[in-house]
Design a protein around this ligand. Sequence first.
Ligand SMILES: Nc1ncnc2c1ncn2[C@@H]1O[C@H](COP(=O)(O)OP(=O)(O)OP(=O)(O)O)[C@@H](O)[C@H]1O
Length: 632
Amino acid sequence: MMQGGGPPIYRSLVNDGSAKRTSLPPGTVRRIAGYARPHWRSIAFFLLATSVSSGIVVANPLLLKAIIDRGVSQQDTSLVTVLAVGVALLAVFEAALGLTSRWLSSRIGEGVIYMLRTQVFRHVQRMPLAFFTRTQTGSLISRLNTDVVGAQRAITSVLQSVVSNLISAVAVITTMALLSWQITLIALLLVPLFVLPAKFIGRKVANISRDGMDLNAEMSSLMTERFNVGGAMLVKLYGRPEEEADAFAGRAARVRDIGVAQAVFGGLLFTLIGLITSLATAVVYGVGGNLVIGGAFQLGTLVAMTTLLTRLYAPITALSNVHVEVMTALVSFDRVFEVLDLKPMIEDRPDARDLPAGPLGVEFDGVSFRYPTAEEASLDSLELTPQAESAADTQVLSDVSFTAEPGQLVALVGPSGAGKTTMTHLVSRLYDPLSGQVRIGGEDLRDVKSQSLRDAVGVVTQDPQLFHETVGDNLRYARPGAGDAELIEAMRAAQLEGLLANLPDGLDTMVGDRGYRLSGGEKQRLAIARLLLKAPSVVVLDEATAHLDSESEAAVQEALRTALVGRTSLVIAHRLATVREADLILVLEDGRILERGTHEELLREGGLYTALYRTQFASQEKDAQGTAASRV
Ligand SMILES: Nc1ncnc2c1ncn2[C@@H]1O[C@H](COP(=O)(O)OP(=O)(O)OP(=O)(O)O)[C@@H](O)[C@H]1O
């Protein structure tokens, strides 16, 4: 967590206390004002419209009073007609005003949401990979949805409820006092009777609705994880749909229960206001009726007073809870700021340079590395089970040095967990080394513009990612302007002619979520075609080990051969053919280079490589010989 180095105050969203905080970091309000500033014209009009419409709540009762006292009592039919038309016009004016302020408030609110959303999206994209490996996607998405919307409420509803309720309450009380101070006094004496319970209920409703937000986030996290293809497949393969359904039912039940609680407490508040208003009306009719009989004031005043009364308690109740509402909304803003304040760990320096053109070599110079801890890379509240981690014993690479000359093929081999993938992450600068330098074309990657690096380095992982778009769109991700002929040429070079002929809509065929409609080998070859279109100087490749039959494997090998020609390549090698062709093999164990050399040199040494060769590669040699023999 990158917040000012303080203790991690935020916990997982599931038990997330942060949504219920009652204090905010200094400067939050000023920062929010920054978001409101571009909309100041709309806000000014909105406040004007709200003030006018709150002010005229008293006009209607006063007109009623005039109709009764001056019109009906004096039997002045034309006055009655004029005043009735006045009441009607006022209603139309009020409706128009209501619509206008609704329009203005939604413009302001949606404008703020838009600004926050686009800012957060941009920012989250700049976060290091470590952020995404640690963050629960569901929590992040719910933070961006629920809290961004909550933040919008800070600007509109709260603004509206504070301004309109305050003006309404003042206008109603003043008018009532002018009409009859005795009845006003009685009405006000009743206020504490319901304000105190209403305050309690209001706080309870706010807490419940924040709990509801968290529970909803928990539920959607589960859905996001289980309903992507990988999750769905895991559930099926392990035959766990019943358990999953039960787990989901448990979460959904909590959402249901909290929904009921929310409705009951919300309803209680309304009922309380309704009840107190009815009680007060009874008292006012009782006392006021006697005052009318005694001649203290006229019947119209009594009617006006009771009408005003119905407009008194709702604003007062709302105002008594407004700080809870404001706080909830401000906390939402703060939770969005929390994400915006995470510092991207990898950013271009102001004086960053482009990589030189032409073939580029790759060098590791005394590189040590450990993966960033939660504190450094993420936000506790976005992880499911944040835990304290010690960075001390997690060093993944120690003092790694080697040089791949331009055009050379360097193969990485070693037992699982040795640090091979990590080395490839450093070449594409998904992470920066802890110490030492990674250089491409002689430039330390920390001094290079990231766009230039992305153009120069192409990566094909074991299980390449494809977007849920067409084959053509997935390929064009590497070169947006590429024409169909270029795409077809790249597919041909990647041994995908057969696939292209079989695709029902050719390049316009959808690949399915994450490419699940394609076979493993086809996916890898499509990723190679994408790489060919990008035509990078440096290729980083993780050879697929699994799910390839021998035909598909041969096709992938052939595609790779095309892809690697003339390029500096760093390959996590699982195939004999690759290690044999490599100009340099690095044998890694526990993050250190244990041995280095060519295939023959290393076999002569008789060390770890020889052992690996026996377990991993020798069987391929036998297979190859077997196939050759059977062909003969
Ligand atoms: N994102 C991560 N955060 C923390 N530790 C990680 C992360 N990724 C990998 N590691 C750890 O770093 C070490 C090296 O992992 P790496 O993936 O580089 O190994 P590898 O040699 O590629 O293994 P394999 O052949 O099994 O893919 C392992 O101990 C692993 O647990």
